[in-house]
Write a protein that binds this ligand. Structure first.
Ligand code: ADP
Length: 761
């Protein structure tokens, strides 16, 4: 029986991989190993000799495990057992785990029996499973994608991660057990439902929509993976922000391309190192391309007009690529589709690498052909207008001369005729000729003056002007007309002497226009001119009011009367003569003088024109000699003088000869040369020299050629000319003439000048 048991025992120890040991108590607290199975050596690699050295097997345990093992042994009670896991190292220093089970028996003496099993591999694989499970749950919890576990049979959610809670707006507890339809009413659920039918291992459901309890909607990409016959994962990636961004990107892309079409602006991106560019449809249409071309720098150059090619190449390669300037040029292209020359305006910016190499050029292009054509037309029109203006100026200058010369004959002779007429009928006819001539002259002067102001040729000749005196002479001039119309013409000077720095001729013309209008448009009552200094508002100003009780100007016409050629009564029914230029010139002169004119008028009651001029009272009392007149030695009070009249217009001579016949005998010289000859031969008492004597030398040249003669430094030499625009008088006086008289002249003016210059009382 013993042998049988021994054999069984051995067989058992051989069949198991555990090593078995028994210990026997040798003293109060010491158990010694008295037997160990051979498996110990197989498991640990140690030999019998190693074992004999220690007389125990526990030397293979690592210190912590040894301590733990000994403690457990010491606490073990008879009849009890324990089982524990201990760390050990084998002979080759590989460490591992032992599962040791120990039993304390006192059946035959006090013994401890034990068995140890190498559980390293089992533990390791358990650890691996644990770790991969840990990773998986971490992935499940932390992934940004919503993960649902779905029971395909009950069609309910079983579990979900945090991202799924966020996506659906429900907690895991709320979700668990709910039917998948409840989470999202529309496509997400109907798709999820498909999970329960015919699903293979995995399926991509595409874009679905979830509705949260608060009504907000989320869009997600859903994919399902079947785990087994019952369960599946639903993995949903929240795409709401992305989809919204894409949507708005698409919208702005559409907006951009629509606005490009509307504004006719094309765009392009040029990938520089790759040497190719992509262009918008609008740009392709602009260049006449069909979109199939390989668009490179070289191709772009083939589109450019040959005359602009080099300029564009330089701009890109030097200004843009090297100097890093903006691409900004207007250039011509030849449209590929129909070879038409078009102007385009390209603007672009280049992106450079960190080392300054050009990478990408992004820009826009516009067809500016219409603008360019307009610009070119405008330039042409401007040049034409300038040319016209030059022509107009010289036309007016010539007209001035050509019209004045015959008017001189008309006015001069009619004046003489009036004087000499013996019959009333003759005198009336002569007066009519004279009046008509004067009216023509007046109109001519107005047109010329206006054209000069409009051409900005009007120069200001500023001197101190005695305004009171100036108005008083203007009033005097219109007194006869006022008397004739049986109206009173008053002048009230409330300011004493007013010396204004201003242009006398302009002021004269302003006052004449206003007073003559007031008299002209008043049939009853009176015209009152008032002059005063206004100190209101700190700055002093000189105010002249011309007030009448005349016909007045309707409200709607008041704003027009300062426009050239405008009259309050226009058309064939106009009731008063006039050009409509007087007020326009008045306004323009006042603008030049820094003043203004205002109008107050009531139809049928009268009008008041108020002129305001800047005034500086500190100038009061200043005296400026306007023109230094050549001292003329008083000639003896003779009765008769000799005079020369150099003029190619014989009529002018005839008129002058008759006008001056009482005290000057005039000799005529028709050409400059004849005049010079006579001047050298005879010492005249007075000389009248016309300026424009046709071809060759003019009146100023004659004066220069005789000025060295002492005699002519002492006699009056009078410029008599049809150059009668503003400023001409000053010009000729500055050239050395002692006096100036413009054509056409009247007898009074000519006689006065002759008498004054000859010092005849
Ligand atoms: P003209 O008197 O030569 O027509 P103006 O330029 O001097 O040209 O005046 C323009 C118009 O203004 C006149 O035609 C007239 O209708 C109106 N006007 C000017 N002054 C007066 C005034 N004092 N009373 C009424 N109407 C006036």
């Amino acid at each position: 029986l013993l042998i049988q048991r021994e054999r069984r025992y051995k067989l058992v120890t051989q069949l198991t991989s555990d090593f078995i040991f028994s210990c026997v108590r040798t003293s109060e607290s010491v158990f010694e190993v008295d037997w160990i199975s051979d498996n110990f050596f197989t498991m640990t690699g140690y030999t019998k000799a190693d074992y004999d050295l220690h007389k125990s097997w526990d030397f293979i345990l690592q210190p912590d495990s040894l301590k733990q093992f000994n403690e457990m042994i010491s606490k073990l009670e008879k009849g009890k057992s324990f089982s524990t896991e201990l760390r050990f190292s084998n002979k080759y220093n590989d460490s591992g785990w032992l599962n040791v089970r120990v039993y304390y028996s006192d059946e035959i003496g006090e013994n401890i029996y034990g068995a140890a099993r190498d559980i390293t591999e089992r533990l390791m694989s358990r650890l691996k499973v644990f770790e991969s499970e840990k990773k998986l749950s971490l992935l499940f919890d932390k992934t940004k994608d919503a993960v649902f576990i779905i029971d395909m049979i009950s069609r309910t959610y079983v579990d979900c991660n945090f991202a799924a809670e966020v996506l659906t707006g429900r907690t895991k507890d709320e979700l668990s057990g709910t039917l998948i339809q409840t989470v999202s009413k529309e496509n997400a659920d109907s798709r999820m439902k498909e999970l329960t039918h015919n699903m293979e291992s995995a399926r991509d459901f595409g874009e679905v929509e979830y509705t949260r309890p608060d009504g907000t909607k989320r869009i997600a990409l859903l994919e399902a993976i079947r785990i087994d016959d019952r369960y599946a994962f639903g993995i949903a990636k929240d795409m709401t922000e992305y989809v919204t961004a894409i949507k708005s990107l698409k919208e702005s892309e559409m907006f951009l391309s629509k606005s490009q079409v509307v504004a006719n602006i094309g765009s392009f991106v040029f990938y520089i190192p790759e040497n190719y560019y992509v262009s918008s449809k609008v740009m392709d249409t602009m260049f006449g391309l069909n979109g199939d071309e390989h668009k490179s720098l070289e191709f772009w150059l083939t589109c450019i007009h040959p005359d602009d090619k080099q300029m564009m190449l330089d701009h890109v390669s030097i200004d843009v690529f090297i100097k890093h300037e903006l691409f900004n040029k207007e250039y011509r292209i030849i449209r590929k589709s129909d070879s038409a020359v078009r102007w385009v305006w390209g603007m672009a910016e280049v992106e450079f690498s960190s080392v300054g190499a050009p990478l990408k050029m992004i820009g826009t292009i516009q067809d500016i052909t219409a603008r360019k054509t307009l610009e070119q037309n405008l330039i042409l029109a401007k040049e034409e207008a300038e040319e016209m203006n030059r022509l107009k100026s010289s036309f007016f200058a010539n007209m001035s001369h050509e019209l004045r010369t015959p008017l001189n004959g008309i006015l001069g002779f009619s004046e003489l005729l009036i004087e000499e007429a013996t019959q009333d009928e003759q005198r009336i006819k002569a007066e009519t000729i004279h009046r008509s001539g004067k009216r023509l002259l007046n109109t001519l002067n107005l047109i010329l003056n206006l054209s000069k102001v409009e051409a900005n040729k009007q120069e200001l000749r500023i001197h101190l002007v005695d305004v009171c005196e100036l108005i008083s002479s203007a009033v005097k001039l219109y007194q006869p007309a006022a008397i004739k119309k049986q109206i009173r013409l008053n002048f009230i000077c409330e300011a004493g002497e007013v010396l204004l720095s201003s242009d006398q001729q302009m002021l004269d013309s302003i006052m004449n226009n206003l007073i003559s209008n007031a008299v002209k448009y008043t049939n009853m009552g009176e015209v009152t001119v008032r002059l005063y200094i206004d100190t209101n508002g700190g700055d002093e100003s000189c105010v002249i009011k011309v007030q009448d009780t005349g016909i007045g100007i309707p409200d709607n016409q008041q704003k027009f009367v300062f426009d050239a050629f405008r009259q309050a009564s226009e058309g064939y029914s106009r009731a008063f003569e006039g050009t409509g230029l007087g007020l326009s010139i008045t306004k323009k002169y006042l603008d030049l003088l820094g003043g203004s004119v205002a109008i107050e008028s009531e139809l049928g009651k009268g009008s008041t024109f108020t002129v305001t001029l800047p005034f500086d009272s500190s100038q009061k009392g200043m005296h400026v000699t306007l023109i230094s007149e050549t001292d003329i030695t008083p000639s003896e009070q003779r009765k008769h003088f000799s005079g020369i009249f150099i003029d190619d217009d014989i009529i002018a001579f005839d008129v002058a000869e008759i006008m001056l016949k009482d005290f000057v005998s005039l000799v005529h010289a028709e050409t400059a040369q004849a005049g010079l000859d006579l001047l050298h031969q005879i010492d005249f008492d007075i000389a009248f020299i016309d300026i424009n004597l046709g071809k060759g030398i003019n009146g100023v040249d004659i004066l220069n050629q005789i000025s060295h003669k002492i005699h002519y430094q002492n006699i009056p030499i009078i410029a008599i000319t049809a150059y009668a625009m503003n400023g001409d008088k000053e010009y000729f006086l500055s050239k050395g003439f002692t006096h100036y008289i413009s054509k056409p002249f009247c007898k009074y003016d000519l006689v006065s000048i002759a008498k004054e210059s000859l010092k005849i009382a």
